[in-house]
Design a protein around this ligand. Structure first.
Ligand SMILES: CC(=O)SCCNC(=O)CCNC(=O)[C@H](O)C(C)(C)COP(=O)(O)OP(=O)(O)OC[C@H]1O[C@@H](n2cnc3c(N)ncnc32)[C@H](O)[C@@H]1OP(=O)(O)O
Ligand SMILES: N[C@@H](CCO)C(=O)O
Length: 314
């Protein structure tokens, strides 16, 4: 089903070539159903790549989605042009009086710093506090999952001995959870990080549930019991060649980096990587959109959460 994408956003051309169903605004406004409003706080330096990755996954459901892209006002981006930000992005100030059905906060390559040393930490804390009252469900990815668990629940992150880098088998830790509906018993997820959160810290807080983890890669998904906040430590949204690109980038920098695990056939970087996580990535995002956003959000976002759910009005 359709996702509404501005005509000149670079993601549109890529996704159109992939036969993704994108709808223009005039057609969208003639449909009776209300589009879901999703705000994406994009903290990645490679913003255009991340836009495409997330929109690809958000477009794969029966729901109409419109989105707002946010970047932190208190950080000057080195890798994304001011023109791109000016044309497609808003800042928190622009939307703080609005309500949204869903929010995604992306990863960022700042995981080896203390949270407090990140330029936009104060702004991010304010946005995360705002999301608790103004967004039906918020999905935090990779570094944002650590930032959210730390800010909302005081859960620390720890450095790992060597970069967790590759595609790892993960399992379900909690049965009958809508977010994992349709998942296989074992499924694969790209991980690419130097830090982790730990089971023993999360278990101490009875507002949180661990939904999925991995023997090799540790905690994967944590949720609040009400599903309003979801923390995903891996990168299911990564493109087929993202890990290859990160690997080659680091090799070219002369860094002592290991070959991403379970990625190249025969562990041979000259071979084409094998993609084993795409189905689960699509299911994760469509389950989130359907069960945590669409089914839970009020039809009239501004009238209060107690009003009947959107699904009941359709
Ligand atoms: C754990 C996770 O969440 S993984 C997700 C993050 N993964 C990725 O971003 C993968 C793709 N990124 C990359 O490969 C690299 O970051 C590159 C190639 C784009 C840039 O590399 P470099 O310029 O060598 O790295 P550098 O350390 O200078 O900057 C990386 C980013 O961190 C930012 N940064 C550095 N210090 C700080 C700080 N104190 N506070 C906030 N941001 C900071 C930089 O500004 C830059 O982001 P920007 O483009 O949005 O401004
Ligand atoms: N995925 C990131 C990890 C660093 O935060 C990278 O390799 O760029």
């Amino acid at each position: 089903m359709p996702i509404k994408i501005p005509d000149n956003l670079p993601a549109k051309e890529v996704l159109t070539h992939e036969n993704i169903f994108a709808m223009d605004e005039t057609v969208a406004y003639h449909q009776d159903i209300r589009p879901l409003r999703i705000v994406i706080l994009n903290l990645m330096p490679t913003k255009e790549t991340t836009e495409t990755q997330l929109l690809r996954l958000l477009s794969n459901t029966a729901l109409q989605v419109e989105f707002v892209l946010l970047h932190p006002k208190t950080h000057t981006s080195k890798n994304t042009s001011p023109e791109h930000l000016e044309m497609f992005y808003k800042t928190f100030e622009d939307i703080r009086d609005e309500k949204f059905d869903g929010m995604i906060i992306t990863g960022a390559p700042v995981e080896q710093m203390e949270f407090e040393d990140v330029h936009y930490w104060e702004e991010l804390k304010e946005i995360m506090d705002w999301s608790s009252d103004n967004v039906t469900s918020t999905l935090h990815i990779c570094w944002a999952s650590q930032a959210g668990l730390y800010h909302h629940f005081d859960i620390p992150k720890y450095s790992v001995d060597k970069k967790l880098f590759g595609v790892f088998p993960h399992t379900i830790s909690e049965e009958n959870v809508e977010l994992l509906r349709g998942f296989d018993e074992v499924f694969f997820v790209p991980q690419s990080r130097h830090t982790e959160v730990r089971r023993e810290d999360i278990e101490k807080d009875d507002r949180l549930i661990i939904l999925s983890e991995s023997d090799e890669a540790g905690i994967y998904i944590v949720s609040t019991k009400d599903g309003k906040q979801i923390f995903v430590t891996g990168h299911s949204e990564y493109d087929p060649l993202t890990l290859k690109w990160e690997y080659e980038r680091d090799v070219n920098k002369g860094m002592d980096v290991e070959i991403p695990r379970n990625y190249y056939p025969g562990n041979d970087p000259s071979k084409k990587p094998r993609i084993t996580w795409r189905a689960h990535a699509n299911l994760l995002f469509s389950n989130w959109l359907n069960y945590y956003v669409y089914q839970e959000t009020p039809y009239d976002l501004n009238a209060g959460r107690e009003l009947s759910a959107l699904s009941a009005c359709l």
